[in-house]
Design a protein around this ligand. Structure first.
Ligand code: ADP
Ligand code: NA
Length: 350
């Protein structure tokens, strides 16, 4: 069987926010104790839509600083930016030749991101999932902590791995480069693992503070809709004070949050930051008004996020250090990626 390895990535686009932290980065930190991890700033994914080059470089360093500030250890694990390791792009091309048009046509994220003007979307935006499959499989990673927005892409990654293993099965056997694994009920020798989502640990979906039906996002125009990881205490308090709520107070149980997405979101955020549950938060605050709950939430958010923001500022001030982490991480990642690609090339006859 394959050695357990975690891979995940975050795009360097715009402002990192509380949703990125609670849904992704905090889990990355927790996984370090139990797994070998590779965490990647996926700058080549970012350019599937046009990016200002100077802003892209700034954002790449900011995401790296956030990883480090949140507690990811770049000595024990690997932290780097995608474009340093060209094998990602090379394997993505191979996967473009393995994946089928019909598979990519079913991806809902492309439909959302391309919008109505699909003819004008980049080819890269359409092929994004094959690059994501390459990110994961160039390390033959077995586990990916994903938010539910990425589940469909991870399923596609498994489909690509399975088709590759199948299309080249006799060559994999001839070269003796397979690893014994189960495909369905069949025991086979595959070269790529069927990577699984890691669902352990809390990964709440954080919604916009202005509209409980939308997820908190880097691309939402209103800055009041999200808490950025770089916000200071005063800004965090103001955004929570202005967060949309309904006229009722907090219910005494979770049942009472049904159909009240804004109220549910604030309780979810409190529970996540306190490492508690919605039940317990309502046990404490049930029956109170939002005017009482919001200051408590703001205090908690500041207590949890201010140290990270301070650490991000400290780390970001030392650009040479950040660049050094990425360079060294890129070198270590390249060694693994090149070993995979050597074998992939000979499997394919390239
Ligand atoms: P965004 O969607 O804001 O552009 P990314 O696509 O770069 O952010 O996502 C980076 C990580 O953060 C992914 O693992 C994604 O699942 C997670 N994530 C993004 N937004 C949220 C949110 N509102 N709540 C929880 N997790 C989120
Ligand atoms: Na996303």
């Amino acid at each position: 069987t394959f050695k357990p390895l975690v891979f995940s990535g975050v795009q360097p686009t715009g402002n990192l926010h509380l949703g990125n932290y609670l849904g992704a980065i905090r889990r990355f930190v927790l996984l370090q104790d139990s797994h070998d991890c590779i965490y990647c700033v996926v700058d080549m994914h970012a350019i599937t839509v046009w990016q200002d080059p100077v802003e892209l470089m700034r954002a790449t360093r900011e995401v790296t600083a956030a990883f480090l500030a949140a507690g990811i250890d770049p000595k024990k694990h690997i932290v780097f930016n995608q474009s340093r390791v060209m094998q990602h792009a090379e394997l993505a091309w191979v996967f473009n030749c393995v994946a089928r048009m019909g598979w990519l046509n079913r991806m809902t994220q492309f439909k959302e991101k391309a919008g109505k003007d699909r003819e004008n979307a980049s080819v890269g935006l359409f092929a994004y999932p094959t690059l994501m499959a390459a990110d994961i499989l160039v390390y033959r990673a077995t586990h990916v902590p994903v938010g539910d927005d990425q589940k469909q892409h991870l399923e596609l990654t498994r489909d690509i791995a399975q088709k590759f293993n199948n299309d080249y099965s006799s060559r994999i056997a001839d070269l003796d480069v397979g690893v014994e694994m189960m495909m369905g009920d069949e025991r086979v020798n595959g070269f790529f693992p069927l990577t699984e989502p890691l669902i352990e640990g809390p990964a709440p979906r954080v919604m916009s503070l202005r509209d409980g039906s939308k997820k908190m996002s880097k691309s939402e125009p209103s800055d009041l809709s999200r808490i950025n990881l770089t916000d200071d205490a005063e800004t965090i308090s103001k955004k929570i004070r202005k967060a949309k709520t309904d006229p009722d107070g907090l219910p005494s149980d979770v049942e009472g949050l049904k159909g009240r997405p804004e109220a549910e979101n604030l309780v979810t955020i409190y529970a996540a930051l306190a490492e508690s549950t919605k039940e317990r938060v309502l046990g404490e605050f049930g029956g109170q008004q939002f005017s009482a709950f919001k200051p408590a939430l703001a205090e908690l958010a500041v207590a949890r996020l201010a140290p990270i923001a301070n650490e991000m500022r400290r780390i970001s001030a030392d650009q040479a250090y950040v660049d050094g982490v990425l360079r060294e991480g890129g070198e270590r990642a390249s060694v693994i990626a090149e070993a995979t690609m050597k074998t992939v090339r000979s499997i394919l006859g390239l």
